[in-house]
Write a protein that binds this ligand. Structure first.
Ligand SMILES: Nc1ncnc2c1ncn2[C@@H]1O[C@H](COP(=O)(O)OP(=O)(O)OP(=O)(O)O)[C@@H](O)[C@H]1O
Ligand SMILES: [Mg+2]
Length: 379
């Protein structure tokens, strides 16, 4: 059963369209992350689900109820905000019991529920503390306990971890996921951090300019990005300009700024014609890098044209710089005036240095191709 249904949801502020035609079914007990750059409409969507903003158009259902015109306090949602918004003149326990008091829950039960929630977020023993004396991570836990104490059907989280430092944020992501799995409630979590979305989500909904452009499980959106925007947003990649030079029944061949003709094997008759301009995405993890066996040493690069029927691609170039990033090493390689970066795990890799001539290879089937309007070419 879907717990939340958004249908044609829209929010305009004067001339600005903050959210445009968003439709999605969120399953009961699902953890959905809304991911997108700043200003893409994530918070506005969340605030409409919470009842803190009124949609200009469209409907919102929670469970069996149409809640589109229902005020926030009548909804079975609870929200955790980025700034936690704890009451400074109340103790931690009073902060957590506050919503329960509003619900008319008896004093003893309030106390018991609040204690239970504080324990759940590993803050047992802090009940009498002044929240202003807590660390960011501790405040975040109290805010979470407060939102959970009222036993909502749906927990809405708007960048609740973004004020925490990287290490704590990563720990809290795991804990949040555990709390979700424990409580079996529906969570909608807003973030602009793709790592956070990948860590937490059952499904990721990617927003851009007010629209929900793709929704799917993390693997699906990463392996199958619908357009170039998503490919660029989900991680570092090499975009290479290309023009289709010829096609066969099972491949498209492209001329690129890397000098060599590259092959894109296809499952069917290629969906692109000769002369079509494309952008090819070569993610660093699909590229292998090795010292060029046939390095000429005279500074020129030699490109190997691909043979018909082969899915292998290879280009040679010169390492421009090497950046150690702890567990990985990133090489920037100059190729015919263009460049590619390759990321390798440090362990067991022969040390390569700036100035070395190298050969970069990949399986053409691992590359993605996009048209100039950003749409994906199905290969
Ligand atoms: N109350 C408002 N009045 C006018 N415009 C608004 C209002 N709230 C949001 N907007 C506009 O709507 C758009 C979407 O805003 P929203 O806050 O939903 O983005 P967001 O994805 O949450 O961004 P961020 O990651 O920066 O929090 C933006 O262009 C924003 O300026
Ligand atoms: Mg926001």
């Amino acid at each position: 059963m879907s717990e939340i249904t958004l249908e044609g949801l829209e929010k305009r502020y004067g001339e600005t369209t903050a959210v445009e035609d968003v439709s999605v079914d969120i399953d009961d007990g699902e953890l959905l992350c809304l991911l997108g750059p700043s200003g893409s409409g994530k918070s506005t969507t969340l605030r409409m689900i919470a009842g803190l903003e009124t949609p200009t158009d469209g409907t919102i259902r929670i469970g069996d109820d149409d809640v589109t015109d229902q005020p926030a306090y009548d909804r079975t949602t609870s929200t955790v905000f980025q700034d936690w918004a704890l009451f400074p003149h109340k103790t931690v326990l009073e902060n957590v019991t506050f919503g329960l008091k509003m619900q008319g829950v008896s004093k003893d039960e309030r106390r018991d529920r609040a204690r239970e929630m504080l324990e759940r977020v590993q803050m047992a023993g802090y009940g009498d503390d002044d929240p202003t004396t807590l660390s960011g991570g501790q405040k975040q836990r109290v805010a979470l306990a407060r939102s959970l104490a009222v036993n909502p059907d749906v927990l809405l989280l708007d960048e609740p971890l973004s004020n925490l430092d990287k290490r704590l944020r990563e720990d809290m992501q795991i804990e949040l996921r555990e709390i979700h799995d424990d409580l079996e409630k529906t969570f909608v979590h807003v973030t602009h951090d793709q790592d956070e979305a990948f860590t937490l989500a059952d499904r990721i909904g990617i927003m851009n300019e007010g629209e929900l452009i793709q929704i799917g499980d993390p693997h699906e959106v990463y392996e199958n990005p619908k357009n170039r925007f998503i490919e660029a947003f989900l991680g570092d990649t090499n975009f290479v300009d290309a023009t289709v030079s010829r096609t066969t029944a099972e491949a498209a061949y492209v001329d690129t700024e890397l000098g060599a003709e590259l092959v894109l094997p296809t499952d069917r008759e290629p969906a692109v014609d000769e002369g079509t301009d494309l952008t090819i995405s070569l993610r660093p993890e699909i590229l292998s890098i090795d010292r060029a066996a046939d390095a000429t040493g005279d500074g020129t690069t030699k490109q190997r044209a691909v043979a018909d029927g082969s899915t292998a691609n290879a280009v040679t170039g010169t390492i421009r710089n090497v950046v150690y990033r702890g567990s990985t090493v990133r090489y920037s390689v100059s190729i015919d005036g263009a460049s590619l970066f390759v990321e390798r795990s440090d362990a067991g890799v022969e040390t390569l240095a700036a100035g070395d001539e190298v050969r970069i290879e990949w399986n053409g089937a691992d590359a993605l191709a996009f048209r100039t309007d950003g749409t994906r070419v199905e290969l």
